[in-house]
Design a binder for this molecule. Structure first.
Ligand code: HSE
Length: 446
């Protein structure tokens, strides 16, 4: 388009304002609508044009909401709303795969840019959305999809675009962080800490998505895609939740000067035939001196290690209506600016196309606690078994307790499959009475 042509469109949009519609009006949507209303003058000043909320699609119009909006804004016909042809920005806060995907695609085809908080959709099929956006010459922005208010998508996509990210370690699920933090500070077991999280409203009545790591795995896929310029989907993420973390794991961690956290770990490994990427979510022990160990309650944090910048940590509230709305509106302002200038922001970057490394090949470290017979040769036999699997021991601590002893072994790095096989072999050793705690170790010196 010629410059005068672009100026004409820009002036027209400035005069009429930018038309925004929203899909969903729950916790997050209500806060988005409230902020759009309360900060309207600031948005005009920042953009040079008003942001007008012209429609909200909901399932039921008569439901009570956290925001008082004119009834005529509401519709149950989301498809007609996004395809009405004069919408500049569509905010999608309904979540889930369908109908969110079809609605976003229809919105892009109809000429709107999209702001979404939909981590599940982005992690499962982000490529389809980004391709449609590129074809339509529009934006898909999604800062709210990972760790809500914490700016992490923009830093990875833009601020670190001149650097090379090696590793991302994140506490990206507030519910599980709250539970593990309670287990650490009060000695509670998993069930007791979960019940407390539920009573305080941190955990859902059905906590599966959080405690089994599904929510964190979707966020890990999104972070890894951005960090390593490689398409990573939910199916590529190795996922373990926290339901098997016991009070004795937490005590074991404490004895090592560590704490148990559910981590999303995204790593790039250099290999002879190209870089590989491993993406995983599992509980791990991290030293109390690590910055992520000081992330308490339901807070989130993302720790990024990159070649030139070094170590960065992004910290804050990772859930909740208002924090998520803050991230959504930051994106709305950005895509609105782009719409006014008839440009698009940064799109998908997948040039690196690193291979995804299977979990068994991923290099990890283990902490293993076991009860063994306290008699000659047992320690040597245990050490021998680690050696037979090619696993080097970093530290070993033994505590005699009469006719049995507790052994706590921390390994050096080894392929995860070798570590897993070592633990299986320990379980069937005659002199091992029980393996009481097995957990991966992250973030410490080797
Ligand atoms: N349920 C998530 C959490 C928030 O507990 O962090 C939404 O992703």
């Amino acid at each position: 388009m010629t410059l005068p042509g672009r100026r004409r469109i820009e002036n027209r949009m400035r005069e009429r304002g930018l038309r925004v519609v929203m899909l969903g009006c729950g916790n997050v949507g209500s806060e988005v609508a409230r902020l759009l209303w309360e900060q309207a003058d600031d948005y005009v000043a920042r953009l040079g044009a008003p942001l007008d909320l012209v429609g909200v699609a909901v399932r039921r119009i008569d439901r009570a909401r956290g925001v008082d909006l004119p009834t005529e804004l509401f519709t149950t016909d989301a498809h007609s709303l996004v395809t009405r042809g004069d919408v500049d920005v569509v905010i999608e806060v309904i979540g889930g795969i369908e109908p969110a995907r079809s609605l976003i695609l229809a919105a892009l085809e109809s000429g709107a840019s999209v702001v979404t908080a939909n981590k599940a959709l982005l992690a499962e099929d982000g490529a389809t959305l980004f391709e449609a956006a590129a074809k339509a010459g529009r934006d898909v922005y999604f800062e709210a999809a990972v760790a809500a208010a914490i700016p992490i998508i923009r830093p990875l996509r833009e601020s670190l675009a001149g650097d090379k990210v090696r590793r991302v370690l994140g506490i990206v699920n507030g519910t599980t962080n709250f539970i593990l933090d309670r287990m650490d500070t009060s000695g509670a077991g998993f069930e007791e800490a979960l019940a407390e999280a539920q009573s305080l409203g941190y955990a859902e009545a059905d906590p599966t998505a959080d405690v089994e790591g599904f929510d964190a795995a979707a966020k890990a896929a999104i972070l890894a895609s951005l960090a390593f310029h490689t398409r990573v989907t939910t199916a590529d993420v190795h996922r373990e939740g926290i339901t098997d973390v016991s009070a004795s794991d937490v005590v074991s961690a404490r004895q090592l000067g560590s704490v148990v956290k559910l981590l999303a770990i995204c790593e790039r490994e250099e290999g002879a035939s190209g870089d590989t990427v491993s993406v995983r979510v599992h509980p791990a022990m991290i030293p109390r001196s690590h910055p992520l160990a000081s992330v308490h309650e339901a807070y989130n944090a993302v720790f990024v290690e990159s070649e030139a910048a070094g170590r960065l940590m992004f910290y804050g509230p990772g859930a909740g209506g208002a924090p998520t709305a803050s991230a959504v509106l930051g994106d709305v302002v950005t895509v609105a600016r782009n719409r006014l200038r008839e440009v698009t922001g940064v799109g998908e970057s997948t040039y690196a196309q690193c291979a995804i490394s299977p979990m068994g090949d991923t290099i990890t470290r283990y902490h293993v606690a076991l009860d063994v017979d306290d008699k000659p040769g047992v320690l040597a036999a245990v050490a021998q078994l680690f050696a037979e699997h090619g696993v080097s021991i970093q530290t070993v601590r033994q505590e005699g307790r009469g006719d049995d002893a507790q052994l706590v072994v921390v390994t050096h790095s080894a392929p995860d499959a070798a570590l897993g096989a070592t633990v299986e072999a320990l379980r069937s050793m005659g002199s091992v009475r029980g393996v009481t705690s097995v957990m991966r170790v992250e973030g410490g010196a080797e």
